[in-house]
Design a protein around this ligand. Structure first.
Ligand code: PRP
Length: 217
């Protein structure tokens, strides 16, 4: 391993990183140190396979991969669409499944149908903009928020929101509903364009092995 470069893998911190490491364990790649909940370490190595893992904020994963600071990233499709980075999306890991939706009170359905002047609150202004301007040809005002998006229609900041719906319980508990579906989402593997050429054999080997355990369920 000494004269070989590490392959560097950026993981979106949180649930996605846990699920990703479970997947790596299924193909025999263990990084025990990463499981210590008290550790403040950000970067972990597996010498046997020449791999280096690090944890980053989800929206930063595509940035690390585009610039080649990470060869590979694991991140949600929502983040890939929103960040619009130059990278190769190569594998759907099949977990973290949810939907990007336009949501609001039932009464807002009519506003969407009539192309009324409305405000749309979201953590995903690029996804929302693309959906309303390009897919629906509906000119809206987009308001960027950073979380608890469901609040916006309740307190009158916006008529509808564009947000992630997983179980739907946040919507239900706040009297809101799915009005339109934008796209399905799940965890994806992304690869730096140069790394894919320079380290093709190692990256493809890893992707094939991950793909195999996913297919086996
Ligand atoms: C996400 C999303 C919804 C919720 C959907 O929020 O923005 O609020 O999960 O999940 P559900 O359909 O299972 O209820 P998250 O918990 O990530 O926090 P945020 O509101 O700060 O974005």
């Amino acid at each position: 391993m000494s004269n070989r470069k590490y392959l560097t893998i950026a993981l979106a911190k949180g649930r996605l990183a846990h699920r990703s490491m479970e997947l790596f364990e299924k193909i025999g790649i263990f990084v025990e140190e990463m499981k210590d909940p008290h550790s403040r370490k950000l970067i972990f190595t597996n010498e046997e396979y020449g791999l280096r893992f690090f944890l980053a904020k989800g929206p930063d994963v595509p940035t690390y991969v585009e610039y080649g600071a990470a060869d590979i990233g694991i991140v949600g499709k929502d983040t890939i669409l929103e960040e619009q980075r130059k990278l190769l999306e190569v594998l759907d890991l099949g977990f973290g499944r949810c939907r990007m939706c336009v949501c609001g009170p039932e009464s807002a359905k009519e506003l969407l149908r009539t192309q009324a002047q409305i405000r749309v609150a979201t953590k995903y202004p690029n996804i929302a903009g693309d959906y309303f301007y390009n897919t629906k040809n509906h000119t809206v005002e987009i308001i960027k928020l950073n979380g608890s998006i469901e609040l916006a229609p309740i307190v009158g900041l916006a008529e509808v929101i564009v947000d992630i719906v997983e179980t739907g319980s946040t919507l239900r508990e706040n009297g809101l509903t799915v009005l339109e579906e934008v796209c399905p989402l799940s965890a994806r593997v992304v690869v730096n364009q140069v790394s894919m050429r320079m380290e093709n054999e190692r990256i493809m080997d890893l992707l094939n092995r991950l793909g195999e355990v996913i297919r086996q369920g």
